[in-house]
Design a protein around this ligand. Structure first.
Ligand SMILES: O=C(O)CCC(=O)C(=O)O
Length: 319
């Protein structure tokens, strides 16, 4: 990418900084060159096309999991007894599906790929050598920043799975306040594609919520986190905000902000995005029992700075 594309297209305004602090989420329009979104789209296509060959534990077919849970015999659908992550048994009878999306012969498969920056050079460049670290540093008021991790999320037309309401921090082995996620969409996110909904101000509760399994509100019984409020179906009772980001825009949320999304009811368009999670000045390693296992084991101990695992959490700011 040319050097000039590594800079912000425009400064972040004081109003945007204020919104991020107040709401725990802000939509930054026209903040990066839209060439980044075009290149991200190509990279996601390449990763999706090759994921069958790779079969790493970084790739999760969430619709495949939903189908397995749907066919799970109800007699066996009991609560979890251990830290197995998102098994059909745990999800059976607890799937979050979007009633707008009818069952079609070609059901879209909701795909999640984590640590994609380690799989594709264009995603690595976007995570580390783009304007994104500067955005994260400014919003979290950090002088130094690590990449924590990322997640690619693809919802093709006819994806029935909702993204259950959740908070990212419980899925991450870190603690701290200067933590944010930057979501970069490949195309404009219209209502039919199921854009992300955010519970405004929820980062200020200071709570860590129970981890669910992304397409289900099921949680492990001994998860020490707070129960997630029942937002789905009661949206009018909550202060929810949603955006329509397009190429060149990003949406930044605090890792404590609750968010969820509908399925994709479009007949033709795929919703594609990557979310990078950044860790600022006050962040330390903190083991969370129910965070997804993909990234572990780690040799870090609670309280360690992330510098001790530079291959996994590179310093991205100052650039
Ligand atoms: O793409 C989705 O449906 C979920 C997105 C999400 O949870 C995130 O960006 O943190």
């Amino acid at each position: 990418m040319p050097q000039e594309n590594r800079k912000l297209v425009r400064p972040i305004t004081d109003e945007e900084l204020r919104l991020y602090d107040r709401d725990g989420v802000v939509w930054l329009r026209g903040i990066i060159d839209d060439e980044w979104a075009r290149r991200l789209g190509v990279a996601i296509e390449e990763l999706v096309a090759s994921h069958g060959e790779k079969q790493t534990d970084q790739v999760l077919d969430l619709t495949g999991l939903a189908l397995a849970a749907e066919s799970y015999a109800p007699a066996h659908a009991t609560a979890s007894t251990g830290p197995e992550w998102g098994s059909p048994r745990q999800l059976a009878g607890r799937l979050a599906t979007d009633s707008r999306v009818g069952r079609r012969s070609s059901r879209g498969h909701f795909l999640s790929i984590t640590s994609a920056w380690q799989l594709h050079p264009a995603i690595r460049e976007l995570a580390i050598d783009s304007p994104l670290p500067e955005i994260a540093a400014q919003l979290t008021r950090s002088s130094r920043l690590h990449l924590y991790d990322d997640q690619l999320l693809v919802k093709p037309p006819g994806t029935m799975e909702r993204t259950a309401w959740h908070q990212d921090l419980g899925y991450d082995h870190i603690a701290g306040d200067k933590v944010c996620a930057i979501r970069v969409p490949v195309g404009r996110e219209t209502p039919e594609l199921g854009p992300i909904q955010y519970l405004r101000g929820s980062h200020r509760s200071g709570k860590i919520f129970k981890v669910n399994y992304f397409i289900s509100d099921a949680t492990a019984p001994d998860d020490a986190g707070e129960p997630i409020p029942a937002i789905e179906g009661h949206e009018a009772d909550f202060d929810i905000v949603t955006f329509a980001p397009a190429p060149g825009d990003v949406v930044v949320h605090h890792l404590r902000t609750l968010h969820g999304a509908a399925g994709n009811s479009s007949q033709t368009e795929t919703r594609r995005a990557v979310t990078f999670r950044y860790a600022g000045d006050d962040v330390r390693y903190f083991f969370r029992k129910y965070a997804p296992p993909g990234q572990r084991p780690s040799h870090l101990r609670d309280g360690d700075p992330l510098d001790r695992e530079p291959e996994r959490h590179p310093v991205v700011w100052p650039g």
